[in-house]
Unconditional design. Structure first.
Lengths: 345, 388, 304
């Protein structure tokens, strides 16, 4: 059973899972009355008065299976409802609008989590019971217990209120005015990249400066988790027979750690990756709220706040659900790549 | 078949002391061991679990795991033109010796193999470490042939490859430019030639191990191999670079009896073909009778008797050896075991470590450790019963 | 040879106690949780409920100014926005935290036990169906799904508890199921069935007793995470109404008071430090305790 067969099998499994996801969302929607459900699609004041028209249009009194079918068709066409809270407008368009800020944050956070976590975990295991190990372990258990929202506030207190180095938001006030002006084209929505593309390096620098605190706040918990798992799986790998066998072949200790031990130790960590991406998606909600970053996370938090904008909440949940399923697929494939024993399953 | 055993010595272990510093106390695992291996001979190292035979072989290759420390001693290895003391070598030198001059086969074959790499990758690793020059030379030969037959465009590519392989052949240590080159996606296809050579060599090695259909085994992972197959792969890995000395640490203990017999047969054949020197660690006297020329009996961290195989069975001289042979169950004979238990080595018995269980113990045995006496040519015993 | 007069259970307990004594982190965890438990029990004494107030969890307004006041003899930790007593909120917040933790874990355990046992013991179609259900819930990041549930149900403490249970039981079900699958094959289970024990008896007396350790470990490690999640939801505004003794909410109240003014930038520090310290130490204690349980009770690691 090679990699290819495994990948194909996993992709095929994707479809029923996504259907399951939609079913769950749909079930939650059904909790509401037809009028409330119709409210999801209201685009203007007049429509609100004549709710029956919408109920008709979306078949909201019909049997459940018809409703599901209609609902899915609309979803596939991109109609996830309309937001009544600001930003008003079609849910999908709003989600796509807010996506770049979140993408920028996660693209930097993810490698930091993975690389730093693995590195610290390996160092901790290799230098067991020495200073590096003790310090790392203490920091990791503290990091794991720290509420990320409190960390964000503390960071702002120290670095913004206390030292005045950088404030919340994606850019400082002046830069923000500049990027909205006609002199700046937003190609991707990610200010770090757009700054380069526009030839305005200072925009990139400013954006990066403003990303430091949010990234720290976002990554601490995940790094703590990886360090703990990586350390223990590395310690276990180092006791295995193939380590001595490799040294008997003439490999040096460092090579053995990097080439043999680490790859085996990564296996339990990869199984964590699903949990970590969940943590990232969740963390984004809190971090964006605290640092006033207009991304998907703060969108979700805003929509969920009472009175909730159900269209927004559900649209966001559906979006993240599908995204998460895809991420899990990638993780499973990575797992099978690293550990050939899995491919037999 | 007549075999001339050269009387040249290969390995001389002198006064080896190894301690393990554990939470429970200091374990005096090896208490002054002396061994002499002649080139071409197979020395069996026999003893019960805990007597220190594995630690001895690990000490020879200087891979005693923590909390073990080699306290003192000399391990002299005879190389081409000089003798070196393994315990005084730097790490780099040892890395070169391991795999190339001394290699080791372990007890658990599937445990000795890394589950995430294929057979080729693991055997090839040994080849790349010690026989890179030779493999590069073969690649260059192939390249010469290709260059002469190719058209202009291909000739250019081959010439570039030739430069790379020449560099690879001549650099002993890591080269920054080569490592960088090997990471560039499309360019690093030149490595394909080397991989091919490695595959060819691994196939040849697997054939020597009497593995049928070696091409299929090349890309298998350890969990896809049977126990016997895995052990053959491990032996292939150990012998891949033609070591002078092979340390075999109970290589057949974990295998089924029938497989055990096959592997023993294989080792016997290899012995004849390759004239290798083997230190064969085992607790099974039957195996000793099969393939060992000389035998050293260990107890409690000491070598208590050492002589050739014939003599050890016909004229065992140390009380422990005698008791050991007596304890082998035979049909019709009354079942006899050695009374007492293997001693813990944190607080070993004073004097001779066997005296608490010895039927021939004398008062002096509890007071002082016996000297090693030669009772006939090539037959040494460590016991108070034999004084010069 | 000493006569074996000690019962095995006593021996177990003694062994566990010695292990605990050897690990400083476990002791710290136990002490911290004991401390918080004491605080929770002594709430009415430490922070007396103001006269005439029915619900002790409601924070009273000691005045109506919106600006927080620094610590003083009447208000040991100071007051938050709209003059809520921070000390009162932190102390009674301890009870809220314990309530949430215990109820959610209990809910998770009950549902998880039922579902996991049915799936593991009876296998077949029931197993498949229940596992698919687990997969669907797992297809979402937990807290986000909980957010969706809470916002649909209307934010309150009960919604948070309910949402966290709905999102949390699958993990427990899975662990219990795999333990049952493992134990099911053991010989003593076959023996029990062979002498005619009913299914229920086999499950309760034989299988569950042996699966209990991983479940204890999981529950204790989870409590900290649950309290954190609940606090996060509260923080986002999805918790009890403003003016409730809840740590997460108190931190959210402090958001506007990170920066005071140029002369005294960190002037409102007391609004965000005290509740944060409470949450952090509480969760830390549970995590240390969970780690301790794992190190002590994990059958594969014992008696090394």
């Amino acid at each position: 059973m090679g990699m290819r067969a495994y990948i194909i099998r996993r992709i095929l499994l994707l479809i029923p899972t996504i259907i399951g996801v939609t079913l769950l969302i749909f079930a939650v929607v059904q909790v509401l009355s037809p009028e409330q459900r119709a409210a999801l699609y209201v685009t203007s004041e007049q429509q609100a008065d004549d709710i029956e028209v919408i109920i008709e249009k979306y078949h909201l009194r019909d049997p459940v299976y018809i409703q599901y079918f209609i609902w899915i068709t609309h979803v596939l066409q991109g109609n996830l409802g309309f937001n009544q809270k600001s930003p008003k407008g079609p849910v999908l368009a709003n989600i796509l609008n807010r996506a770049p800020a979140t993408i920028e944050l996660t693209i930097i956070a993810a490698p930091v989590i993975i690389l730093l976590g693995i590195f610290l975990g390996v160092s901790s295991a290799v230098h067991r019971d020495r200073l590096v190990d003790h310090v790392t372990r203490i920091i990791s258990i503290i990091g794991w217990s720290f509420p990320s929202f409190w960390l964000g506030i503390l960071l702002l207190a120290v670095f913004y209120a206390g030292l005045g180095w950088v404030g919340p938001g994606r850019l400082s006030v002046d830069t923000d005015v500049f990027v909205r002006s006609a002199d700046f084209t937003r190609y991707t929505g990610l200010y770090t990249i757009d700054g380069l593309l526009n030839g305005q390096l200072w925009v990139t620098v400013d954006a990066l400066k403003h990303l430091i605190l949010p990234v720290v706040s976002l990554t601490v918990q995940s790094i703590a988790l990886i360090v703990r798992v990586m350390r223990s799986s590395m310690l276990e790998a180092l006791t295995k027979g193939y380590i001595v066998s490799a040294r008997a072949k003439g490999l040096g200790q460092r090579e053995v750690i990097n080439k043999h031990a680490r790859r085996n130790a990564l296996i339990p960590v990869v199984t964590l990756a699903g949990m970590l991406s969940a943590g990232l998606l969740t963390g984004v909600v809190i971090t964006e709220t605290i640092f006033y970053i207009p991304g998907l996370g703060s969108y979700a938090a805003h929509m969920a706040l009472p009175p909730p904008d159900i269209a927004g909440v559900l649209g966001f949940t559906l979006f993240t659900g599908v995204l998460f399923v895809i991420v899990n697929l990638i993780v499973d494939v990575a797992y099978a790549y690293i550990d050939p024993r899995i491919r037999l399953e | 078949m007549e075999k001339t055993i050269e009387s040249r010595e290969l390995l001389d272990v002198k006064d080896l002391y190894v301690n393990f510093y554990t939470y429970a106390g200091v374990v005096e695992a090896i208490d002054g061991v002396n061994l002499l291996l002649k080139q071409g001979e197979t020395l069996g190292l026999v003893g019960e679990t805990g007597c220190g035979k594995s630690v001895t072989s690990l000490s020879i290759i200087v891979l005693v795991p923590p909390p073990g420390v080699i306290e003192k001693g000399d391990i002299l290895l005879q190389m081409e033109d000089r003798t070196i003391n393994l315990l005084k070598q730097k790490d780099r030198a040892l890395m070169k010796i391991r795999g190339e001059d001394i290699s080791m086969v372990f007890q658990d074959p599937r445990g000795a193999l890394n589950p995430v790499y294929t057979v080729t990758q693991q055997v090839g690793e040994a080849l790349l470490l010690h026989r890179k020059e030779e493999l590069c030379r073969r690649v260059l030969q192939e390249l010469e042939r290709d260059i002469s037959e190719a058209n202009t465009f291909k000739r250019f590519i081959y010439k570039c490859e030739k430069k790379i392989y020449e560099k690879m052949m001549n650099t002993r240590e890591r080269s920054a430019s080569l490592s960088a080159l090997s990471k560039i996606p499309f360019v690093n296809r030149y490595q394909g030639r080397l991989r091919n050579e490695i595959r060819k060599e691994v196939v040849r090695l697997l054939k020597t191990m009497r593995i049928a259909d070696p091409e299929r085994v090349l890309d298998m992972y350890p969990h896809e191999l049977s126990g016997g197959m895995a052990q053959r792969v491990v032996i292939a890995m150990a012998l891949s670079c033609d070591p002078r000395l092979l340390l075999a640490d109970e290589p057949t203990t974990n295998l089924d009896v029938t497989i055990q017999a096959q592997i023993l047969l294989l080792i016997k054949e290899l012995k004849e073909q390759m004239e290798s020197t083997i230190l064969y660690v085992t607790h099974d006297l039957g195996v000793v009778a099969e393939i060992c020329d000389r035998v050293a009996v260990m107890y409690g961290g000491n070598v208590v008797e050492i002589t050739d195989t014939f003599t050890i069975f016909k004229k065992p001289s140390h009380p422990y050896t005698q008791d050991l042979l007596e304890a082998i169950p035979r049909p019709g004979k009354e079942f006899k075991s050695i009374r007492g238990e293997v001693p813990g080595l944190i607080n070993p018995p004073k004097g001779c470590r066997y005296h608490p269980r010895c039927s021939k113990a004398m008062p002096i045995c509890a007071l002082s450790k016996p000297q090693v006496t030669q009772i006939e040519k090539g037959h040494f015993v460590m016991c108070h019963l034999y004084k010069t | 040879m000493k006569a074996r007069t000690e019962s095995p259970t006593i021996k177990e307990l003694k062994f566990i106690l010695t292990r605990i004594k050897k690990s400083p982190l476990s002791i710290i965890g136990i002490v911290v949780i004991a401390f918080f438990a004491a605080v929770a029990l002594l709430c009415p004494i430490l922070a007396p409920v103001p006269e005439g107030q029915e619900d002790p969890y409601v924070l009273t307004h000691f005045g109506w100014t919106s600006e927080p006041q620094p610590p003083s003899p009447e208000h040991l930790f100071g007051t938050a926005q709209w003059q809520y007593d921070i000390f009162y909120g932190c102390i009674w917040g301890t009870r809220t935290a314990f309530r949430i933790g215990i109820i959610v874990v209990a809910g998770n355990l009950i549902i998880g036990l039922i579902v996991g046992t049915l799936a593991g013991y009876y296998s077949g179609v029931i197993d498949e169906l229940l596992m698919r259900l687990t997969d669907i819930i797992w297809a979402f990041p937990g807290l986000l799904l909980a957010m969706a549930f809470v916002s649909v149900m209307g934010p309150s403490l009960d919604s948070i508890v309910l949402a966290l249970i709905l999102v949390g039981w699958p993990s427990y079900a899975r662990v219990i199921r795999s333990e049952i699958l493992r134990v099911k094959q053991e010989d003593y289970v076959e023996a029990a069935k062979a002498i005619g024990c009913s299914d229920l008896r086999v499950i309760t007396r034989h299988i569950l007793i042996n699966s209990i350790y991983p479940i204890i470990i999981m529950a204790s490690l989870d409590t900290g995470a649950i309290v954190l999640s609940a606090a996060a939801l509260s923080f986002l505004g999805l918790g009890p109404p403003t003016g409730y003794a809840d740590w997460g909410q108190m931190i959210s109240l402090s958001r506007g008071f990170i920066y005071k003014n140029a002369q005294d930038p960190l002037g409102y520090w007391f609004t965000w430090t005290y509740p944060g310290i409470f949450i952090f130490t509480f969760v830390l204690g549970w995590n240390l305790l969970g780690d301790a349980f794992r190190d002590i009770l994990d059958p594969t690691l014992r008696r090394r």
